[in-house]
Design a protein around this ligand. Structure first.
Ligand code: SF4
Ligand code: SF4
Length: 213
């Protein structure tokens, strides 16, 4: 029948409207911005940089390898590598970024940067209130604005962050065990060299007197 779709739609709207007075499930709208929906764990908007500990500079996981910069389809990541190095979570010396900018006016939230990062450094945020009157400088986010603690990552993506924490802890333990084994092997080798030197410096044993029968 002509117009049956329209009638069905209006009936559904009326059902939700009157039903919402007694059934909260029919409240299909929220009073934004006073009320906000809890976003699903997998939702994503723009990237951010994860850091460990309290210091965003020292704890930044990024090693300035530039893989994300190369892979970003919109080329909105800009990285300048620092000349100095700092230890990562397993004690290995790594470079870090002097500059790390993302132009979020160009970023399309694809998440490719987060997928390709081998250091679990760049992850997708869930912030969405990013509107500004200045379309240039305010939408160019710098390292200081992008850096967020691992606890924040754990809050918005608990499943992924939990898995990464376990993996990083295992890597750390393995590195510590290896360092300990290396140190012990080195100490053993040094002791052997010392023993060999001591033996070669000792006087040769005197010939034994043979008593005639
Ligand atoms: S989310 Fe996509 S577009 Fe945005 S910075 Fe990452 S790779 Fe580039
Ligand atoms: S965020 Fe990851 S992929 Fe990008 S430069 Fe840093 S370590 Fe490399």
């Amino acid at each position: 029948m002509l117009g049956s779709g329209l009638i069905k739609g209006l009936a559904q709207t009326a059902k939700n409207f009157f039903g919402s007075y007694h059934d909260p499930a029919r409240m299909v709208t929220v009073e934004y911005p006073e009320q906000k929906r809890v976003v699903p764990e997998a939702s994503r908007t723009i990237p951010f940089l994860v850091y460990d500990g309290e210091d965003p500079e020292l704890g930044l996981r990024c090693t300035a390898c530039k893989i994300c910069e190369v892979e970003c389809p919109t080329q909105c990541i800009y990285i300048v590598k620092n000349t100095s190095k700092k230890p990562d979570h397993v004690g290995k010396m790594q470079f870090h970024p002097a500059t790390f900018d993302i132009d979020i006016s160009v970023c399309m939230g694809c998440g490719i940067c987060a997928e390709v990062c081998p250091f679990d450094s760049i992850k997708m945020d869930q912030v969405f209130e990013l509107s500004t009157a200045d379309r240039f400088e305010s939408l160019l986010l710098h390292k200081q604005q992008l850096a967020k603690p691992n606890s924040y990552f754990g809050k918005i993506h608990p499943t992924e962050a939990g898995e990464i924490d376990i993996r990083r802890e295992q890597d750390k333990r393995k590195a510590e065990a290896k360092a300990k084994a290396d140190a012990e092997a080195k100490a053993r080798a040094a002791a052997e060299v010392q023993n060999a030197a001591a033996n070669s410096a000792a006087p040769p044993p005197s010939p034994q007197t043979v008593t005639p029968a």
